[in-house]
Design a protein around this ligand. Structure first.
Ligand code: UDP
Length: 319
């Protein structure tokens, strides 16, 4: 079995590459190293069944050749991180819209099964219940840049389902909730690596807003396990699945837990959204998945709790 991972030098992609190699697959990755890093794949780069192509997914001839070669495509390449998305709106839309369009069109040309990594961001501003796959989306104004990411990924989902319905392309859509673990950097705004790094360095731990907003975090090992199982399950084709953890924590409590687990003397510093991201930024108050559907189809059950998750990130940064 041969698989291609777009964005394979990224945080999630590199863990997925390791897992597929362990499963005995031949793995090709394509990554333009915008946010992907060679150090993420240092451990596997010399392996016989591993092939790296440093290129953008917008390069059609390269993508044509790669997709032709493989059996499965895991499409993970996308703009990453709220900070990055706020700073690079054009690149975000380009890679998420044109990039996915290219990958889907070529996958369809050779009828190669494809898994699209989507995002919980597309649910938008829901607060009152856990999020199910068929829920409405609650988007903010077009003037608020954050929502461009959600809308571009929504378009990706529409296109993937259209290819499934109209062209019989086998596709699966995985909506990832906040995924964390070793190799994720705080550089693009992600909260947990940022908190852990600040705590270990004795710098103030920056909580944006009042810290009452909540998230549910999933360890990357649980996420990639789900991705490989969704890819292998024929009944998942043409459908959308939440991949997350339904245990919630407020960002303030997360900061306190990181402080406690690192034994840090860092202060917890509250910073306004405006100062953190610029004027008019809208955050999600709450984002927690309903995971009944994925549980049912592949027996998914996240194995790592918040303490284990935070510990793995602490260990990574200490190393
Ligand atoms: N956040 C924070 N401090 C940081 C980074 C993020 O308080 O250094 C907050 C952010 O405003 C959001 C939550 O943590 O409420 C999760 O942010 P992240 O960017 O990791 O993911 P999101 O769920 O917003 O995509």
């Amino acid at each position: 079995m041969k698989s291609l991972i777009t964005g394979g030098a990224g945080f999630i992609g590199s863990h997925l590459a390791e897992k597929l190699l362990d499963m005995g697959q031949e793995v090709y990755i394509v990554d333009n190293l915008w946010t992907g890093r060679l150090e993420n794949i240092a451990k596997i780069q010399k392996k016989k069944n591993f092939h790296l192509v440093v290129e953008t997914i917008l390069n059609e001839s390269v993508m044509n050749e790669l997709i032709f070669k493989v059996d499965h495509v895991y499409h993970l390449a996308a703009a990453v991180g709220v900070r990055n998305i706020m700073d690079h709106p054009v690149e975000t839309l380009d890679i998420n819209v044109k990039g996915t369009e290219t990958v889907l069109r070529l996958a369809n040309q050779f009828k190669k099964k494809i898994l699209i990594a989507s995002t919980s961001e597309i649910y938008g501003k829901h607060i009152d219940h856990t999020l199910s796959e068929d829920d409405n989306r609650v988007m903010g104004s077009v003037k608020k840049r954050r929502w461009a990411y959600a809308c571009s990924k929504t378009l990706d989902e529409f296109l993937a389902l259209a290819y499934y319905d109209e062209k019989k392309l086998p596709v699966v859509i995985a909506r990832l909730f906040n995924t964390v673990g070793p190799r994720q950097t705080g550089r693009y705004g992600m909260v947990l690596p940022n908190f852990v790094q600040c705590a270990l360095l004795g710098k103030p731990i920056p909580v944006y807003g009042d810290g009452t907003q909540s998230r549910s975090f999933t360890h990357v090992s649980d996420v990639i396990d789900a991705l490989t199982k969704l890819m292998a399950e024929p009944k998942a084709e043409g459908d959308i699945f939440n991949v997350g953890n339904d245990k919630e924590v407020t960002i303030k409590d997360l900061a306190l837990k990181v402080k406690e687990m690192t034994g840090s003397h860092s202060e917890i510093e509250f910073i306004s959204y405006e100062k953190a991201y610029g004027p008019g930024f809208e955050d999600m108050e709450r984002r927690c998945p309903n995971i009944d559907k994925i549980r049912e189809i592949i027996g998914y059950n996240p194995t790592k709790n918040l303490t284990a998750i935070i510990q793995s990130v602490i260990d990574y940064f200490k190393e």
